[in-house]
Design a protein around this ligand. Structure first.
Ligand SMILES: [Mg+2]
Length: 147
């Protein structure tokens, strides 16, 4: 039996995804899954690095770990939402082509309901439990970015 590893070219052609994660193994796994689904992705090691990368390049969706050194996922999300509200990204990138709300999906180690509440309260849109598996990742991306 041959298992096709061909990326689904249509899936994420116009969408670039930012993975914000301090664990190298989790970064690698998420990168691999996104690549097989046909998405382009970059990695940031913590929230502060993510903020710097977001100021340089347009991303459609962020996979955001919660527990990270320097700046954790909750604080980074609050800062991104503040910058959005201030029009920082709209000023920085061409108006109209940049979403006024970047989709932020929490990567959580557990799926306890209090974690979800903290994620949503911080301004995240959705959550995905770690380790990231291809099927739930594909479903989540399809839900937010379309086919
Ligand atoms: Mg972490």
């Amino acid at each position: 039996m041959v298992i096709s590893m061909q990326p689904n070219i249509d899936a994420g052609e116009s969408h670039r995804i930012l993975i914000v994660e301090d664990t190298v193994i989790s970064q690698t796994l998420a990168m691999m899954q996104l690549k097989t689904l046909g998405y382009q992705a970059d990695c940031a090691n913590h929230g502060q690095e993510a903020l710097e990368m977001l100021a340089q390049k347009k991303y459609s969706l962020i996979l955001m770990d919660c527990q990270m050194p320097v700046l954790d996922g909750y604080a980074a999300t609050r800062e991104i939402r503040r910058l959005e509200a201030d029009g920082f990204y709209l000023d920085r990138f061409s108006l109209g082509s940049f979403p006024d709300h970047i989709i932020i999906v929490a990567l959580t180690a557990s799926l306890m309901s209090e974690d979800r509440e903290v994620c949503i309260a911080a301004g995240m849109d959705d959550y995905l439990s770690k380790p990231v598996f291809k099927e739930p990742l594909a479903k989540m991306l399809n839900r937010w970015l379309g086919g």
